[in-house]
Ligand binder design. Structure first.
Ligand SMILES: [Zn+2]
Ligand SMILES: [Zn+2]
Length: 152
C-alpha cells in the first residue's frame, strides 16, 4: 500500500475538535489535513488497562489520514482515499495485527510475538542514531523481552 509519508509529528495534542457538531481531526497547522473521523479506537494495555494509544482514520476531500496519538507522541500519515475503508475497518474492530501488517508504525504499541498491546509504561524504548548522530528510529522491547522497531 503506498504511503506518502509522515506529514506531522509533535507533542500530544487534542486529536479532534468539535466544529458545528461534527468531529474533525486537526493535524498540526495544516488545515488541508482536517477531515471527518471515519473510525477511531483506543487500544488498551493488556497488563494495566491504560490507554496505549488512540488510532484514528480521517477522511478529507482528496485523501485519508491515519493518526496514532498518545504512544510516542502524535504521528500522522497521509494516505490515498483508497486506503481509507480497509484501514477504517481494522480500526473499528480494534484489530492491531491488521494495522501492523499494513505498516508496523500504525501499531507501535503492539507486540506480534505476544499478540498483545502494551502501554508506553510497559514498553522499554530507546532511540537509535545513525552514524552522523541524526535521530534515526525508536526501538523498544515489550515486557516479555521481544524487540521491535516502533518508529522510523
Ligand atoms: Zn512481546
Ligand atoms: Zn501498561
Amino acid at each position: 500500500m503506498p504511503v506518502t509519508g509522515v506529514i506531522g509529528r509533535g507533542p500530544t495534542r487534542p486529536l479532534c475538535l468539535t466544529v458545528g457538531g461534527l468531529r474533525f481531526a486537526r493535524v498540526s497547522s495544516d488545515s488541508s489535513s482536517s477531515g471527518l473521523v471515519a473510525a477511531t479506537h483506543e487500544f488498551s494495555c493488556s497488563l494495566c488497562g491504560a490507554v496505549a494509544a488512540t488510532v484514528t482514520v480521517c477522511r478529507a476531500e482528496d485523501h485519508a489520514s491515519l493518526v496514532v496519538s498518545g504512544f510516542l507522541g502524535h504521528s500522522t500519515t497521509r494516505l490515498p482515499l483508497l486506503a481509507l475503508e480497509p484501514l477504517a475497518g481494522s480500526v473499528r474492530r480494534g484489530d492491531a495485527p491488521a494495522l501492523l501488517s499494513v505498516d508496523p508504525e500504525y501499531a507501535p504499541f503492539y507486540c506480534p510475538q505476544c499478540a498483545s498491546v502494551f502501554c508506553r509504561g510497559h514498553w522499554r524504548t530507546w532511540s537509535v542514531f545513525d552514524d552522523d548522530g541524526w535521530h534515526d528510529s525508536i526501538r523498544g522491547t515489550c515486557p516479555n523481552g521481544h524487540e521491535r522497531q516502533l518508529e522510523d
